[in-house]
Design a binder for this molecule. Structure first.
Ligand SMILES: [Mn+2]
Length: 265
């Protein structure tokens, strides 16, 4: 990393792939060989889904939480939007085998989605609080960051602040039906893919929430494009450049990538 540069970096869904994440961040110069923040005043955003499907979800959260403190001390920033897998884990912890009201329970739902016993067992109060306070949406360098390529966010508010406040309220209450409904919607994907309709939805979404582009994770690029995950080393820009998918499918064997945003007017 050059001295004095201030860039914004994005990392997609990590899903417990600690070693891959460390390698990516080190190669990008954002951490040093001892895995301490080396990004100076740069900004690093994650797209959520730190946990499930991989071996070391909570270890990934620990790394990100520590880097957040170190970056702040250096005048930089590390942050993340909320992924559906953070919610699945929180729900498994909070509600256990309580019925979702839809013929299942929260532990089963989480396990079905790649829940890892080790993650659940390692959760501390600090993790729970940190995870439950992740915002679902963020405005970064004139982009709209959200985890899922889905439109349900609009049901929770008409501005980023409103959506974030509604989610925060829900995540701090124990209304199992409200959690269940949100988890159902959070599993949706592909809202912006269809050539004409998808572009139109993306454009309307940006008109409401602001930003020139939507950046999201949630749906592995390899799955959408029918490629091998190990060959995915860059984001996929689509919908007339209105959308950028940054999910490298790290749990599917993808190496992942660090996406450096170009400055925008
Ligand atoms: Mn997801």
């Amino acid at each position: 990393m050059q001295q004095g540069t201030q860039h914004t970096y994005i990392v997609g869904d990590v899903h417990g792939q600690l070693k891959k994440l460390e390698k990516l961040l080190e190669e990008a110069g954002l951490i040093d060989h001892k895995h301490h923040w080396h990004g100076g005043t740069s900004t690093l955003w994650f797209m959520g889904d730190f946990v499930d499907r991989g071996a070391d979800g909570i270890a990934v959260v620990d790394l990100v939480m520590r880097l957040q403190k170190e970056a702040t001390a250096a005048g930089g920033m590390v942050a993340s939007v909320l992924g559906n897998h953070e919610m699945l884990l929180l729900a498994a912890y909070r509600f256990g085998r309580r019925s979702t009201g839809l013929g299942s329970n929260f532990i089963s739902r989480w396990k079905m989605n790649g829940g890892n016993r080790k993650d659940l067992a390692s959760l501390t109060t600090a993790h729970l609080e940190w995870l439950a306070n992740l915002p679902p949406m963020a405005f970064v360098a004139n982009r709209l960051l959200l985890h899922a390529d889905a439109t349900f966010y609009i049901k929770y508010g008409r501005s980023i602040d409103e959506v974030n406040a509604t989610f925060a309220k829900l995540l701090h209450r124990s209304d199992t039906l409200a959690w269940e409904e949100l988890l159902e919607e959070f599993a949706r994907r592909g809202a912006f893919y269809h050539a004409l309709e998808g572009e139109d939805i993306a454009r309307r979404f940006l008109n409401i929430f602001g930003g020139q582009q939507i950046i999201h994770g949630h749906t592995p690029i390899s799955a959408v494009l029918g490629q091998q995950a190990k060959k995915v080393t860059a984001p996929w820009v689509y919908a007339q450049e209105l959308c950028v998918n940054v999910d490298g499918g790290m749990f599917l064997g993808g190496p992942g990538f660090v996406y450096r945003l170009s400055p925008v007017a």
